[in-house]
Design a protein around this ligand. Structure first.
Ligand SMILES: [Zn+2]
Length: 414
């Protein structure tokens, strides 16, 4: 919830109350102090700033209902089978078998044929995760591994982290080879690399640190695509003030802000990411969340033009794409072979419906999430009515071409 209380509003409410109390004690005459103590009622809570009866309105109470009368298409499911390449069954479902059953039912209802779990881990963590998703649903999931940069080291002591040992990359390459042999389809790298983790000298661990080069090279050699979350939305790197387009979200989650001299610069993070894409042309890189730059599709287009080994996926970014529908539609048509579908799920049905509506209809000005308050910026989105050939590519054909195991599992379902 939002705890935003403007002190001016509080003063406006309190000043008349205090004035009333003073007046009451003075007009009562005798023994003003004792009388005030005995008879003054406790301060009434300030009236909610709900915009009613002339009161001011806080952002947290603002719930505008659109009065537009335009066509509405509630699509219950995707038009063609979908491969969701960005799903977190470990992080979001906590390895609960019941929740996995529920989610597979949601997949069926929405025509999601296959999901890519980005939560595999390596070693015993990977074995546990494989048992979790594959015991019942081997035909519905492929799995990406993750690297544990810290290992058994202490969180507050970077010198003790596994990645600081000289043989780290060599051991990770061996673990990835073993994972590949067990049927893993790729590698996911979380945003902590570059944005959170530090070296013992206090500098941030760079994603383009040469020490990790053998890992990216091995993924190319093994045919494992690498999906990297590098950076975050532009607004998260700006001051949390009245100009920030995601003020409400950052106010709820100040820990998502990376603004200030203590954090890496967003442009540096994106540049470091592109550097490893450039250095490893044999490795396929999947830019998570439209390469974390959905606000600037011209820049993402230039990257796709420059790096044939780069593709992007759209998880949690229809909020960005759908508020620039002309630009986004051109982007999807031009790069139809380079865009994968993703949601950052498992998500409840309410979060999935807007994806189909965005991709398939020309509906105007609708909510991109089921929340009563838009969670990623106070705006609505527009559909981009992609043609069937493009939908098929983005929904499953590109994933079948790029991610090992997807084609076989899709074919087995037919
Ligand atoms: Zn994610």
């Amino acid at each position: 919830m939002i705890a935003f209380i403007n002190p001016i509003h509080v003063l406006r409410t309190l000043v008349p109350l205090v004035a009333m109390m003073l007046t009451a004690s003075i007009t009562r005459g005798d023994e003003p102090a004792a009388a005030a103590q005995a008879t003054t009622p406790p301060l009434a809570p300030p009236a909610p700033l709900d915009g009613r009866d002339g009161r001011d309105l806080t952002l947290e109470n603002f719930r505008p209902q659109s009065m537009l009368a335009v066509p509405v298409h509630h699509l219950p499911r995707a038009k063609f089978p979908v491969v969701d390449v960005h799903v977190h069954p470990r992080i979001r479902l906590h390895h609960s078998p019941e929740q996995l059953d529920d989610f597979v039912r949601t997949m069926d209802a929405h025509n999601i044929a296959l999901c890519v779990s980005l939560d595999g881990g390596l070693g015993t963590a990977l074995d546990e995760h494989m048992a979790y998703v594959w015991t019942k649903y081997r035909d519905r999931f492929v799995i990406f591994a993750n690297i544990d940069w810290r290992g058994d080291g202490r969180a507050d002591d970077p010198a003790s982290w596994d990645c600081q040992r000289p043989d780290f990359a060599r051991r990770m390459v061996a673990a990835l080879e073993a994972a590949k042999a067990k049927g893993v389809s790729g590698l996911k790298v979380f945003k902590d690399l570059g944005l959170v983790y530090k070296n013992p000298d206090g500098t941030y661990i760079r994603i383009d640190d040469e020490r990790w080069s053998p890992i990216w090279a091995a993924c190319g050699r093994l045919g494992l695509p690498v999906i990297i979350h590098s950076g975050d939305p532009t607004a998260f790197f700006l001051p949390i003030d009245e100009k920030n387009e995601r003020w409400e979200e950052l106010h709820r989650h100040p820990e998502w802000s990376f603004y200030g001299p203590d954090f890496p610069k967003r442009d540096d993070l994106l540049a470091a990411y592109l550097k490893i894409v450039e250095r490893h042309p044999q490795t396929t890189f999947i830019g998570a969340h439209v390469s974390n730059n959905a606000e600037d599709l011209a820049a993402v287009s230039s990257w796709l033009d420059k790096y044939p080994n780069l593709v992007v996926e759209i998880a949690s970014r229809i909020s960005e794409l759908g508020r620039q529908p002309y630009t986004a539609r051109k982007f999807f048509l031009k790069y139809a072979d380079r865009i994968l579908f993703g949601t950052d799920g498992p998500r409840a049905a309410g979060r999935l419906f807007p994806y189909w509506r965005f991709m398939e209809t020309d509906d105007e000005y609708f909510a991109y999430a089921e929340n009563p308050f838009p969670p990623q910026g106070l705006w609505n989105i527009y559909g981009i009515y992609l043609p069937d050939e493009v939908l098929k590519k983005v929904y499953h054909e590109n994933a079948a071409r790029i991610i090992p195991g997807v084609r076989e599992k899709l074919a087995a379902r037919k």
